[in-house]
Each structure stands twice: as structure tokens, then as C-alpha cells.
Design a binder for this molecule. Sequence first.
Ligand code: PBG
Length: 303
Amino acid sequence: MKSIRIGTRDSQLAMWQAEWVQSQLTKLYPDLNFVLVPMKTKGDKILDVPLSKIGDKGLFTKELEHGLLNDELDMAVHSLKDMPTQLPPGLIISAFCEREEPRDVFLSKNGVKLEELPPGALIGTSSLRRKSQLKHYRPDLNFTDLRGNLQTRWRKLQESDMVGIVLAAAGVKRLGWADRITQILPEDIMLSAVGQGSIAIEIDEKRSDIAELLARLNHPETERAVRAERTLMRKLEGGCQVPIGALGQVVEGEIILQGMVASLDGVRILKAEVKGTDPEKVGIEVANRLIEMGAASILEEIR
Ligand SMILES: NCc1[nH]cc(CCC(=O)O)c1CC(=O)O
């Protein structure tokens, strides 16, 4: 029997996500054989530079996409958050899996909460989005860059004078670390990244056979929410390298999309919220409101 090849990065979180997809597919199609093909991406190899300084789109996805285009893979599993809003020609996202908790969490030594930290406390994060919003909330905190996979970040927290780190709840939960969470950060303090918490499965658009298998893994509510978020991001021409946050939620059939753009020093924070039924329209509307408020000039300064 021919195997169906699932490409993934080889970090522990990426492997967990790909194994989850593999097990869902195996349950749905017990007669098919799904195999994992772990790969390293540029983002896994360059570990000493903040992503915002590498400044390259698709750092965690390109090698897997080559695999799809060269027929070395039948599908690629990604954290949607790591995917550029513009995919290479010929590739599509075939399934948006049901989203985990989309928000960020704070993990601190001794369980000290964000609001209880002493002035000057050192926080580890390389994310401009996280840094800007934390600076806005607590201008007295200090920051240090922190990259690497989740294991590395947790270890560095223990070995350094950092008091805490900010991570995506989704990754922390998937690794079974829920008991390490000090607090979930509410979205009015920390709006999460576009696509955060959703696993996306990318394929070659010509592979209708694979699309058919994946149709049952798609979660329509998640798809509507994250399509709205990704439209907002595309309109603002952001990437994971700019301080943009977005959260779409589907409530009684309607999408509520919150968007946020911040200056790097956290002094200016722009927020907009729009309700509607069409993800693309809602995304563009929030982007336009943010642009009216001055988002373009903030983003221009950063670029
Ligand atoms: N940038 C790395 C990354 N990509 C996806 C996740 C978490 C899982 C998810 O958002 O689905 C993480 C770790 C983090 O930001 O804490």
C-alpha cells in the first residue's frame, strides 16, 4: 500500500501537531498508511537572531513547501501562525483544524503574576507584538530576547535572571505544560497573533485526492475566524515581524474581529473591532479602521 507523506518541522511541538493530524487521519481512514516526514527549516537552524531581524517570510515553512511542490510530501502540517498570508503559487491551505485557546500565557518563576512583578523585572520574549503590548501595560518592565523551541525557552527562563516569559497557550497545552502557566493573559492586555492556536494543513492545489481526505479535519468556525485575521494581516502587509495582533471569534454565526497595531515602545496602541459575516470584508474593514487611526505610519517607522 502506498504511504501518504505528512511533512512537519522536527521540534517537539511541531511533531506533536503532526502526530495529532496523523492520528485523526488514521482514525478516519484506517485502511490508509500515513507516515511523518520530519524536516528542519531555516527558522530551526538560525537560533541566535530574533525573527524580526532575520526579516524573512516563510522561515518555518519554505522547506516543507518545496517538499510539496517537488512531490516529496503529500501534505505539510504547520502552526498557522507561522504561515505567511501569501502562499507560493500552486499551494493552498486545505484544512484549518479546530483552534486551541488562541491567547498568550505568562509563565513566571514562583508563579508571580504580571501585575505583581517588581519594577524593572526582566521578561524574555523576542516577539515585537508581545513586547509592545507588555510595554504599554507595564512601561517599567525590561526585556531580553529569547528564541528557540519551547523546551529551550523554558530552560533559559530557569537558568537566567528573567522572571517570566510569554508563550502561546496552545503550544504550552499541547506539550502538556498547562501546570506551568501562571496566568492566561486577557486579550485587552495581550491580543494574540494572527492564526495563533490553529493547525493548518497545506497541499498542492492539484491534489484533490488529498483535499478530499482533509475535508473532515477542517473546522468551519475556525476557518472563518482565521480567514478574517489573515485578511487583516495581508491588508496591513504584516508578518510575524511586526507588532500586529488579531483575534476573530464566531459568536452566533457572526464574526467579531479585533485588531491591534502598536508602536515598538508601546506608547501608541491602536485597536479596532468589527462584526460581520464575511471574513474577507471584516478583515479589510478592521484594517481600514486601523489605517485611519494611523497604523500605516506606525508600521512604516518599524519597517
Ligand atoms: N513562533 C513559534 C510558535 N508558532 C506557533 C506556536 C504556538 C502554537 C500555536 O500558536 O498554534 C509557537 C510558540 C509560541 O509562540 O509560544
